[in-house]
Design a protein around this ligand. Sequence first.
Ligand SMILES: NC(=O)c1ccc[n+]([C@@H]2O[C@H](COP(=O)([O-])OP(=O)(O)OC[C@H]3O[C@@H](n4cnc5c(N)ncnc54)[C@H](O)[C@@H]3O)[C@@H](O)[C@H]2O)c1
Ligand SMILES: [Fe+2]
Length: 405
Amino acid sequence: MNIFERTFCRTYQFGFKAAMPVLPYHEPKVYNSITNITDILNKENKTCALIVSDQGIRQSGIIDILTKILKEAKIKYAIYDKTQANPTIYNIEDGLKIYNQNKCDALIAVGGGSSMDCAKAIGARVAYPKKSIEQMKGLMHVLKKIPTLITIPTTAGTGSEVTVTAVITDSDKKHKYTLNNFTFIPYYAILDPKLTITLPPALTATTGMDALTHAVEAYIGRSTTKETRTLALEATKLVFENILTAYKDGLNINARANMLLAAYKAGIAFSKSYVGYIHAIAHSLGGQYNIPHGLANAVLMPYVLEGYGKTIYKKLHNLAISAGISTKEESSKVATQKFISAIKNLNKQMNIPSTFDIIEEKDIKKMARYAAKEANPLYPVPQLMNAKELEKFYYQVRGNKNGTK
Ligand SMILES: NC(=O)c1ccc[n+]([C@@H]2O[C@H](COP(=O)([O-])OP(=O)(O)OC[C@H]3O[C@@H](n4cnc5c(N)ncnc54)[C@H](O)[C@@H]3O)[C@@H](O)[C@H]2O)c1
Ligand SMILES: [Fe+2]
């Protein structure tokens, strides 16, 4: 990246960092049991809620648990349960129709990041019926309030229950992009670990690694605050202490509760301090090949951290101490190597691959362009890279194929 582009990116990021104290962040009111849903809806005086969810949640029985509680409390609801992993614009339009047909006035998102983001985007379309999702992509296009949104995460995970973000896929253009709005931060989040015990091991692994990626990218970026650094360190500690237990022993409520807490803390950290190139590249892979978000992050994380080199030694040293794998006395270089090895090791122990066979060379230029466009100038990454410089990560992550750079 040339000096002019670099100066532009850093000035832009500095502007956002300086403005942070006056930006309208808030945290949702947190409850710990799905039964609290009735208190919330009654308090808000809502007449009909649209439940936004997906088929996996339907099959796990969680929607039945929720609707039983609503029926008993005589609260009206409608259901949209066709959200796809990496939710599409079509999902949002289908959900919106059901919202309008049933004259709903609230949204309950129950599921992982896909269901929560789908609900946020439905909310955006309710607030702006004449604007398409594409017209609202990027930063702060949704200024009007969206309907009351209650999030019930069933993965631990994206942290969408506390973030400004919705990640949406245009399946026709194979383009995944973000909508970032303060109006998207939910006012309520129910963190009920019992709802995550049905999450299968493979998804526990990849969604948990997404939470770790949020903590790591928020921490190594250049727009951190004392609060976001503390939260990112705490989230890292929680993930390292609990992810393998949650993976191997899904019924362990303590590990499940700690992973939910990790995802929540990491969600606040990255909402205020942003993510980085791992996420930008992961989104491009999700858009092109529908690779699940957490899986893409988990596989990419070691490559991108290695790619940053010395610039992040000191910060990865601190993360390694929080993870319980290094000490203050150790050199930052050694601590960094240990931290990256520990991530590779977690991936290995949880059967997460180290490369993606699906990546085709012909798609790399376009994906790198999308990743650069998402990240620059917004993400305060430790080292700036343009599309050309990001291409190397796609070549690395596709393994040793012909045409490897
Ligand atoms: N808004 C944000 O701040 C943010 C942050 C990171 C990622 N994301 C986005 O979130 C999406 C990914 O979300 P995710 O990783 O939580 O996965 P997901 O919502 O796509 O769910 C993955 C699968 O897990 C199943 N599942 C979820 N909970 C379950 C449970 N308790 N029991 C059984 N099955 C269960 C779902 O049915 C689905 O099939 C991506 O689109 C990603 O880009 C958003
Ligand atoms: Fe993420």
